[in-house]
Ligand binder design. Structure first.
Ligand code: NOJ
Length: 537
C-alpha cells in the first residue's frame, strides 16, 4: 500500500443506485450480481470505492430508504451470499464497499417497530418517538418532508409516532440507549463482514427536541410546506454530536473504515456540514456539502466560491469531499445543458471534481454525461413525484437506468426496465464512449489515471491563483516538490491567461496542444481544460 495513502481521503468513490445499475436476471431491476458483473468496468474507470444506495430488506416505499431488516439483503437485489461475493470480488480489485445506512428511521415493517407499536408496555416501547398528543392532536407543527404531518396516530398504542419522511418510515428514538446499542451491534456485523464504510442517511436528523417544541416559519427554496419551517427542533440538535462520536468510535475500532454523512438542509450550508466532522478526528470522516448541486449558474466564480466557502468551513483536521450529483437531485448534466456545449462543460466539471482538494464522488452515469430522464406522469415511481407532481417531478429523472450499450434497453436489462431508459441512449452509452478517444468517459479515465500518478492531486494543498471573475479557474495543487497547475476555462470563448512561469509540460488537455509550452501566456479554447507541470529542466 502506498505510504500515507488513505482510500477514503485520496481515492475516488462511485455512487451506484442499485436498482438502475445493471440487471443480471431480467426482472427490470438492477441487482448485486449486476454490480459484480460491472466491477471490471469500475476498476478500468479507476475508482477506489463504491457506495451503493440501500440494498437491505425493504418494502420499498422509499426504494430502500425504509429498511425492514438491517441484517438482510433484499431478495430483489440478491442473496446475503451475493453480497459476500460482491465484497470479495470488489476487494480483489482494490475497490472498497460503502453501504448506505439509514439510521434516522426504519420501515414500519421492521420487527422493532412492530414490537414498539404493539403495546405501551413492550420492552421496545421507547425505540421509536411516541407522544400522547394534545387533546387528540399531534403535539406540535412538525411536518413530514414527503408531505403531511410528521405524526401518525396508532390506534393500538393510542399514541402518535413521529415520521420525518413517509408514515411508512417511523423515526427511531436515539435518546434510547438500548436502541443505540442495537444499532452499533448491527454496524459491527457489517464491519465484521468486511464492509469498508457507510454513507449515513440524513444524519443531522437523529435527535429531536426533548420538549417537542413547534418549529417557526421560514422562507424556503420552494413552496413545499416542509421547507417553510425553520427546523429548529426536529433537526441538528446539539447532542447529535455525541452520537457522531459514538459512531466514530465503533467504526474506528476496525482498521481503515470510513463514515460519510448526508447533512440535509434546503439551503446547503457548508458550516453545518463541517460541524459533523467535529474536530476533524472525532466525528464523521467526511460530510457532503451539496451547495454546488443546487447551483444552476455556470460560472467559474460560482465554483470558486463553493470551494472557498467549503474549505474555510472545515475544522483543522477535517477533509472535504466533492460531489456534483446524487440520487436526490437533478443530474449535473441537466445543469450543464444538452448537446456539444453540455458535453464540454461536463469535461470542465469532471476536471474540477477530480483536481480540486477533497474526495470526489462520481454519481453513476456522470462519467458518460448522462442527463435526467424524461418521466411521464404514469411512469412516476418516486413517492415525492407522486405527491408533488407537476411542480416537483420527483427524483425518478436522475435514477433512470445506466446506459451501457446500443443494445435493447441500452444493455441495462433484457426485461422491462423499472424506469424508462433515457431517449438518447443510442448516442450516449458506455460502449460508444469506450471506443471514442475523445469521449467524456475516456477523459474521466485519463483524469483518474493522472490523479493516481500525482500526489499533489490526491493529497496536496489547493492554491488558487484567481477567483473566477474572468470565467476561468487557475489553481495550483502542491505536494512536497510536486506542483501542478490547472486551468479550467468555463467560458464559451477563448481567453488569455497569464501563467506564473514560462516553461510548462502539458500533462493533459481537451484541445490539441504541444506537449510543451514556452510562454507566460496561454490561450485556452472555449471550455478547455489544461493540466500542466512546471518544466524542471
Ligand atoms: C435521504 C436520501 O438520500 C433520500 O433518497 C431518502 O428518501 C431520504 N433520505 C429518506 O431516507
Amino acid at each position: 500500500m502506498k505510504k500515507n495513502w488513505l482510500w477514503w481521503k485520496h481515492g475516488v468513490i462511485y455512487q451506484i443506485y442499485p436498482r438502475s445499475f445493471y440487471d443480471s436476471n431480467g426482472d427490470g431491476i438492477g441487482d448485486i450480481k449486476g454490480i459484480i458483473k460491472k466491477l471490471d468496468y469500475l476498476a478500468d474507470l479507476g475508482v477506489d470505492g463504491i457506495w451503493t444506495s440501500p440494498i437491505n430488506q425493504s418494502p420499498m416505499y422509499d426504494f430502500g430508504y425504509d429498511i425492514s431488516d438491517y441484517y438482510k439483503i433484499d431478495p430483489l437485489f440478491g442473496t446475503d451470499k451475493d453480497f459476500d461475493t460482491l465484497i470479495k470480488e470488489a476487494h480483489k480489485r482494490n475497490i472498497r464497499i460503502i453501504l448506505d445506512l439509514v439510521l434516522n428511521h426504519s420501515s414500519h415493517e421492521h420487527q422493532w417497530f412492530k414490537e414498539s407499536a404493539s403495546s405501551p408496555d413492550n420492552p421496545k416501547k421507547d425505540w421509536y418517538v411516541w407522544h400522547d398528543g394534545i387533546k387528540g392532536k399531534p403535539p406540535n407543527n412538525w411536518l413530514g418532508m414527503f408531505g403531511g404531518k410528521a405524526w401518525e396516530w396508532s390506534p393500538i398504542r393510542r399514541q402518535f409516532y413521529l415520521h420525518s419522511f413517509l408514515k411508512e418510515q417511523p423515526d427511531l428514538n436515539w435518546r434510547n440507549r438500548e436502541l443505540r446499542e442495537a444499532v452499533y451491534e448491527m454496524i459491527r456485523f457489517w464491519l465484521d463482514k468486511g464492509v469498508d464504510g457507510f454513507r449515513l442517511d440524513v444524519i443531522n436528523f437523529l435527535l429531536k427536541d426533548p420538549q417537542f417544541r413547534s418549529n417557526s416559519f421560514a422562507f424556503g427554496p420552494n413552496p413545499r410546506p416542509y421547507d417553510l419551517q425553520n427546523h429548529l427542533h426536529d433537526r441538528n440538535q446539539p447532542d447529535n454530536h455525541d452520537i457522531m462520536k459514538e459512531l466514530r468510535k465503533v467504526t474506528d475500532s476496525y482498521p481503515d473504515r470510513m463514515l460519510v454523512g448526508e447533512v440535509y438542509a434546503p439551503f446547503p450550508d457548508p458550516l453545518l456540514s463541517a460541524e459533523y466532522l467535529g474536530n476533524g478526528k472525532d466525528e464523521l470522516h467526511l460530510a457532503f456539502n451539496f451547495a454546488i448541486i443546487h447551483e444552476k449558474k455556470w460560472h467559474a466564480r460560482v465554483y470558486y466560491s463553493y470551494l472557498h466557502n467549503w474549505y474555510k468551513s472545515l475544522p483543522k483536521d477535517g477533509w472535504p469531499c466533492i460531489v456534483l450529483s446524487n440520487h436526490d437531485q437533478s443530474r449535473s448534466r441537466a445543469r450543464f445543458g444538452p448537446g456539444k456545449q453540455g458535453l464540454l462543460r461536463s469535461k470542465v466539471a469532471a476536471a474540477f471534481l477530480l483536481t480540486v482538494k477533497g474526495t470526489p464522488f462520481i454519481y453513476y452515469g456522470e462519467e458518460i454525461g448522462m442527463d435526467d430522464g424524461k418521466i411521464k406522469k404514469d411512469q412516476i415511481r418516486d413517492p415525492v413525484g407522486k405527491k408533488y407532481w407537476p411542480f416537483n417531478k420527483g427524483r425518478d429523472p436522475e435514477r433512470t437506468p445506466m446506459l451501457w450499450s446500443g443494445e435493447k434497453n441500452a444493455g441495462f436489462t433484457c426485461g422491462v426496465p423499472w424506469l424508462p431508459v433515457n431517449e438518447d441512449w443510442e448516442h450516449t452509452n458506455v460502449e460508444i464512449q469506450n471506443n471514442d478517444p475523445l469521449s467524456l468517459l475516456n477523459f474521466y479515465k485519463s483524469l483518474l489515471t493522472l490523479r493516481k500518478e500525482k500526489k499533489s492531486l490526491m493529497q496536496g494543498e489547493w492554491l488558487p491563483l484567481n477567483e473566477g471573475k474572468e470565467n476561468y479557474l487557475l489553481y495550483e495543487r502542491k505536494w512536497e516538490d510536486e506542483s501542478l497547475l490547472i486551468l479550467l476555462n468555463f467560458d464559451k470563448k477563448e481567453q488569455k491567461v497569464t501563467l506564473p512561469a514560462q516553461d510548462w509540460k502539458i500533462l493533459l488537455s481537451t484541445a490539441k496542444r504541444e506537449r510543451t509550452h514556452h510562454s507566460a501566456y496561454i490561450f485556452p479554447e472555449a471550455y478547455e481544460v489544461i493540466i500542466m507541470e512546471k518544466n524542471k529542466e
